[in-house]
Write a protein that binds this ligand. Sequence first.
Ligand code: SAH
Ligand code: SF4
Ligand code: F3S
Length: 457
Amino acid sequence: MSADSHKTFYLETFGCQMNVHDSEKVIGTLVHEGYRQVETVEQADLILYNTCSIRDKAEQKVFHRLADYKKLLKQGKKFGVLGCVAQQEGEKIFERAPHVSLVCGSASYRNLPQMLAQLEAGKSEAAKPEAGSLIRITGLDDRETDKCFETEFTARTNPHRGYITIIEGCDKFCSYCVVPFTRGKERSRTAESVLAEARQMTDLGYTEIQLLGQNVNSYKDPAGKLGRGKSFSELLAAVGEVPGIRRVRFTTSHPRDFGRDIIDAIDAVPTLCDHVHLPVQSGSDRVLSAMQRLYNREQYLERIAWMKSAKREISITSDIIVGFPGETEEDFAQTLSLLDEVGYDAVFTFKYSPRPNTPSLALEDAIPDQEKSRRLELLMARQKEIQITRYKKYIGTISEVMVEGKNEARNQWIGRTSQNKTLNFTAPEDASPAIGSYVQVRATTSFPNSLLGELVV
Ligand code: SAH
Ligand code: SF4
Ligand code: F3S
């Protein structure tokens, strides 16, 4: 047993890819501090939740978890809440869950080592008298920080494809969204540090990189002040040209800032994947305006037209919210017709959820939950029909996939195409592909969400 083996932690992550990647950085940082990650709450001294508050349901999850494991406090275990609920609720978390000792938003993770040292030493600057014997430590930010959370100790879980954060926070303030409040103001990393991380990853054998940000299109290289900063499309192309890189993805794009130069980069650099996730939220101009999305249907469709004129076929996916306050049948019909017009390969659909601090909280004409559910189902049914038709046309075609794993029960390999489609496949016993390798697969069967095929040998 090592001297530090008593310091164990368990971390559960909720929410988007930004949170997943933040957790990789938190794990790297804690391990560097001498902590050991364990797989169960029971084995851990420190139990951490990296939380999401994008919709009410997501926020409730962490309070359920905390309630479930409250009894473990008696065994001397400590609880910490990280991420978006931490930033949003702040010290109110101590009221709702008095057994929590640490509350820390994403812009303060670089201070985690000091905060954990305080926690271990059993003292807290923020300790309140009424806290009794409990230790309470907070790391919260206003929207002022201009630092990103960069660390050399990222503990990536997948050895072949990994995330790189290029921009944190969001300045868009869509009227329904908590992110500008939970993630702070928009701040970009230097292109130089992003490229250095990409090179470091290829040295370790990574071949796929996914660039992350709430709005990657508004990336601005801070070195730009000196007159040599890269735009997003230039950074994208530069990452795509790092020797050893086979695939580069990026998410999320905001239509307002999505320029034609991004399509030009995809045309020019073959490693840039032919997939764009471009959330539209609604097909109705009236609703888009109430959402403060800063574009209208026509401008959105103009960007879709750019994608459709690209050299390779670009797969397009989106996010849609139904039941925004005041959304009429006619507004909703416009969203349905937009699905037909674009022809998405996947759509993530959500019922509008009122969130703290957001301007749309004050809007009247809330849509009843039952009606939101009805619209959601109609939307999903229409999209399913579209996908059935779209996926069918790949039957007989050959695509390159990255081998992501094997489904032993079905005796099928799990593959992903550059378009981000799942293309599972069978392979002869003597031609088993290695996980992380790239192989050619002929699609033979289509489903609404995936393809099945056979290895081309
Ligand atoms: N930055 C990204 C995505 C942020 S959150 C973007 O701008 O597209 C991911 C998705 O959650 C959003 O695209 C939106 O569809 C959904 N979402 C955000 N706030 C929501 C809310 N209050 N209720 C329902 N869905 C919401
Ligand atoms: Fe939220 Fe809008 Fe920012 Fe996306 S762009 S994170 S939806 S405020
Ligand atoms: Fe959720 Fe925060 Fe991501 S609110 S979606 S974890 S930025």
